[in-house]
Design a protein around this ligand. Structure first.
Ligand code: PEP
Ligand code: MG
Length: 321
């Protein structure tokens, strides 16, 4: 089986009717980059930078971050690398950063909400990213955006840091794409508004499902509500992809759902451009997509959108695979 999959390592990902999609890897640690390449990743679709901040006793310096981002960009040698700004809070704590005690941390000051408050931390990360940008194909992504003002403020701060660096003679790439995660239902619903202000979306289904179903992603007792292929989730994904298309922007998916072989035919049919997953899932996904007709799944996915629940969707997918 391993040898069988290995033949897919250096191939593009193409559906049986000739549509190309990109399969990228999610990474957290620097060691993951080599693994991503070994497993045939066409890019990094999500670098969870919080791992640079965790398991230590102080904030990583701008210099240290610069070196990490430069390493990943160089190693990927021109392939796209989506780096997400700090997503701390929620379940992820930093002992050296005084975070407020909250009753509902997942609904509290996490990710970009915290970064807009702690701008010293945010700006240092953005400077490190901008300085590293000339070493590869960098795309910067903001997490947990709920309303347009958050995005505009994050973009304003990024632009400000960029201007300062350029004014001081630092070389910054002129082709950095700026995107946002879609993981809060409000952003999925209003995707048409956001699409005008970004270069790309990446749908974080782990959180999008949690917030849409109002079911804690860590809580076993409500895990039956964690339904990636529920029509309500598929409808949100459809809305995001259609909105992006209208503006000529691309959409990736970087939650667990992206590597789920049952969900992939539906995501292909909905017209997703990129799927980012743990490295180990890439080759099975590429092999599967090679057998699927996107045109056929366009029709099938539309049918799935109006089904009564996930059970119905899952047996439908199985029947047609
Ligand atoms: C997600 O929410 O789907 C996601 C990719 O981000 P994380 O799992 O890091 O919250
Ligand atoms: Mg998330």
């Amino acid at each position: 089986r391993k040898a069988e999959l290995a033949q897919w390592v250096n191939r593009p990902t193409v559906s049986s009717d000739g549509h190309r999609i990109e399969l990228a890897a999610n990474i957290g640690k620097l060691e993951d980059v080599q693994k991503a390449l070994d497993y045939g990743a066409e890019g990094i679709g999500l670098f969870r930078t919080e791992f640079l901040y965790m398991g230590r006793s102080e904030l990583p310096s701008e210099e240290e971050q610069f070196n990490s981002y430069k390493y990943v960009l160089e190693k990927m040698a021109g392939k796209p690398v989506v780096i997400r700004t700090l997503d701390i809070g929620g379940d992820k704590e930093l002992p050296y950063m005084e975070l407020p005690k909250e009753i509902n941390p997942f609904l509290g000051q996490r990710a970009l909400r915290l970064c807009l408050e702690r701008q010293d931390v945010f700006r240092a990360q953005l400077r490190a990213l901008l300085r590293a940008s000339r070493y590869g194909n960098l795309k910067i992504m903001f997490p947990m955006i709920a309303v347009l003002d958050e995005l505009l403020e994050a973009k304003r701060i990024l632009e400000e840091e960029k201007q300062k660096l350029v004014a001081s003679g630092v070389e910054v790439s002129s082709s950095i794409e700026v995107g946002m995660m879609i993981e809060v239902p409000s952003a999925a619903i209003s995707a048409d508004i956001f699409a005008k202000e970004v270069d790309f979306f990446s749908i974080g289904t782990n959180d999008l499902i949690q917030y849409t179903m109002a079911a804690d992603r860590m809580n076993e007792t409500v895990s039956y509500l964690y339904q990636p292929c529920h029509p309500s989730i598929l409808r949100l994904i459809r809305n995001v992809i259609d909105a992006a298309r209208q503006e000529g922007k691309w959409v990736g998916i970087c939650g667990e759902m992206a590597g789920d072989l049952t969900a992939i035919p539906l995501l292909l049919g909905l017209g997703v451009h990129e799927l980012s997953m743990s490295a180990g899932s890439i080759l099975p996904a590429r092999e599967l997509i090679g057998k699927l007709s996107r045109t056929e799944w366009e029709t099938l996915s539309k049918q799935a959108l109006s089904m009564r629940g996930q059970t119905e969707v899952l047996s439908f997918v199985q029947e047609h695979q």
